[in-house]
Design a protein around this ligand. Sequence first.
Ligand code: F6R
Length: 620
Amino acid sequence: MNPGDGGSIATMCGIAGYIGPRNAVEVVLDQLKRLEYRGYDSAGVAYPANGHIEVLKRAGKLTELKKLVDEVPRDSRIAIAHSRWATHGGPTNENAHPHYDAYERIAIIHNGIIENYLDLREELLAKGHKFRSQTDTEVAAHVIGEEYTEGVPLEEAVRKGVKRLRGAYALVVLSQHEKGKIVAARNASPLVLGIGAGENLLASDIPALLPYTREVVVLEENNIAMITLDNVSIMDLDGREQPVKPIHIEWDIAAAERGGYDHFMLKEIHEQPEVLRQCLAGRIDDNYQVRLEQVFSEHVWTEIDRVNIIACGTAYNAGLMGKHLFEKLLRLPTDVYYSSEFRYGDPVLSPKSLAIFVSQSGETADTLAALRLCKSRRIRTLGVVNVIGSSIARECDRTIFTQAGPEISVASTKAYTAQVTVLTLLAMYIAQVQEMPGVRVEEAVAELSGLAAKADECLKLEPQMIELATQFKDMPLCFFLGRGADANVALEGALKLKEIAYIPTQESPAGEMKHGPLALVQPGVIAVFGSTDPETRDKVVSSMKEIQARGGTVIAVVTEDDTVTERAADAIIRIPASKLGFLSALLTIIPMQLFAYHIARLRGCEIDQPRNLAKSVTVE
Ligand code: F6R
């Protein structure tokens, strides 16, 4: 099995299921414990007891659920459990999984996002359904429950039910009437089955299976699985039986947590296509219109005269990409501030301005302080945050979540692409609500929706990046250069290399070289250029020549249609072009991340926890 097969996709939540001779409640809680490293905000378990399905759930850490479970002895031969990373609805007891259908005959747990849940919810409300939570999962439970009529086996009800759902999901269902089976369905969210001796299991990720079995089946897209005590069967959405193909997993548990990758950073780099899909899920409709429910009402956007984006580190670099787009696409004046500078800078703030706070963790002390400063001045605030329930997410007037899943490596990768994607979506949303003449929103949104596939292509550059990393791992200094949006991405490329490989970097817009930094160029120095904009291509080529003339070596990251730069560069990396040039620039970060990662690996650095750095900077 290769790294990434089934175990490495950006799962937001943990799924566990067990049927066998052991105490199933204990087994599924143990399975969840093994997924704890990915973070979560609530957890729950379901098992059959006294003629119904008992559901126990709690907001907070797994220990909270464990306390509840331990109140009385619980014993069952079958159970399912879930740990949640909230996407729809906050992390509360009600919103935690499992969820019942309307008649409490089935309980379900779910990873992913049901995109059409609002339409389905309305349809069900009109039929008299009542909901206990705000989640898309409960809607899915009611849909499957509707199909679970007299004489219909559970797997059939699930098959019919999932055909009505749109979006990404891994669903697991337990019924009070059929206590000998667990049924699961997968579409774009991972689900793995574990084949044991006289017991069977399922989970969202392989580490949750390994203490029990090493024979694993990765459920394919759009397939439905049924596990019983002594059998595992799979069918497709048309009910046709599918082969069950177990693979033997050799990884140790730590490697399995990393999806078989050597480091979380590499896993997270590889998750980016999936993250882009998750980030856009439910936010783009079939007509390429943006749907952002969490933001201000439409009239607010016509009032805003200025945007300030405030963030630190990688999130600041993402903010620069936001500025580029807000100004180019919307002609909306935008400034980007380091949070630490903003909070002490006595900023001049227009009362009609919007302050956007970009943060993966949602806990960065300087960004939080800057947010509080804006609130005290009664400025509208909007968060672009990854961690639900975090301080910045809670304190902003509105928050758009990046939906990138937990980021464990200290060096941020997938959070950056998700932050830029959310800022792009937001710019397109503003253009849409303002009906801006001259902005072709549908075309731009269509390009955005094709970004994940292009990110997949960029990952295929890894062998080439390994070669370059091997060649240049001992360089004394690395420049990262570009113009326009490429110059913004250059800052992020440089940050990755310095923080994990400890190689000094010099990053700036290429046009600035002559004004000072060029003095640093000498033989042995490498310059990585992003050059995706045909309009500035010739100028970038001139900058490359200036570096080569002084003994420097040039690596150019260009779009596949560029036939000019290859004649100038010493090494050329080709990424797919997007019609929205800004997105081509964004894609160049993927080879740069891989370059930094492989250099750090070859230099023997501690990649996931670089020296002197912490994942969440909660002090000044
Ligand atoms: C760099 C990195 C940091 C963070 C910065 C802000 O790889 O991860 O520069 O981007 O500390 O953190 P958040 O986004 O949590 O506010």
